[in-house]
Design a protein around this ligand. Structure first.
Ligand code: AMP
Length: 216
């Protein structure tokens, strides 16, 4: 299957993408995680991307389009995926469309996670992330077993650099202006499904699986 998850920052895209990839047994492409890994490793891409990310801005389209093209090349004929955080602009969506058409394949569904702005802001306070494997925890309702250690890989958890209130407000504005237009874009193509993301991760996951029509 080929699924895209869209939603504002803190809507739970990362958590749900990880679960969905496991359930569907497909490749998980989380552009935010890929960029953070590049930053941690000090690659040229990471150094350049960090200039934008730390301010809550989007990394320029040409860099992102190149990055995704490389992933597609690597995947060869087996183009099944869950995309988290890509596309984030109409330009990126157009380029993805072309890449899929070139391979004669279609998206199955685009899932929009709907979460109220106040809930997004309240989730910010408790979020901790594993820089190593990208797992995210919430100290309010999704704690790791040990306070600051990742359940999955055992590495220390930290607060993302772009999870400060001021940066999040920027990221929300960027979402409204640049990413939100994708809702109409995919609605017109008949691909969009809306899922209420204001519940426990288990409940939201069930809703997503129902919405994309996966039989379990
Ligand atoms: P995320 O982990 O998806 O919230 O992404 C964190 C940050 O990475 C975003 O705020 C952007 O700065 C950058 N980023 C991730 N994906 C993209 C994308 N598709 N286009 C531009 N910037 C991106």
């Amino acid at each position: 299957m080929r699924i895209i998850l869209i939603g504002p920052p803190m809507s739970g895209k990362g958590t749900q993408t990880a679960r969905l990839c496991k359930e569907l047994n497909v490749r998980c492409i989380s552009t935010g995680n890929i960029l953070r890994k590049n930053i941690a490793e000090g690659t040229p891409l990471g150094l350049e991307a960090n200039k934008y990310m730390k301010k809550g801005h989007l990394v320029p389209d040409d860099m992102m389009i190149d990055l995704i093209s490389e992933y597609f090349e690597e995947m060869g004929d087996k183009i099944d995926f869950v995309l988290d955080g890509y596309p984030r602009t109409i330009n990126q969506a157009d380029s993805l469309d072309k890449a899929l058409k070139k391979r004669n394949i279609e998206l199955d569904k685009v899932v929009l996670l709907v979460v109220d702005r106040n809930v997004l802001l309240s989730r910010l306070t408790g979020r901790m992330t594993c820089e190593n494997c990208g797992a995210t925890y919430n100290l309010i309702n999704g704690k790791p077993k040990e306070f600051d250690t990742c359940d999955q890989c055992g590495k220390k958890l930290s607060k993302r650099e772009d999870d400060k209130l001021e940066t999040l407000v920027n990221r929300l504005t960027v979402y409204t202006n640049q990413t939100r237009p994708l809702v109409e874009y995919y609605e017109k193509k008949g691909k969009l499904v809306r899922v209420d993301g204001d519940d426990t991760p288990d409940e939201v996951f069930k809703r997503i699986v129902d919405a994309i029509g996966v039989k379990r």
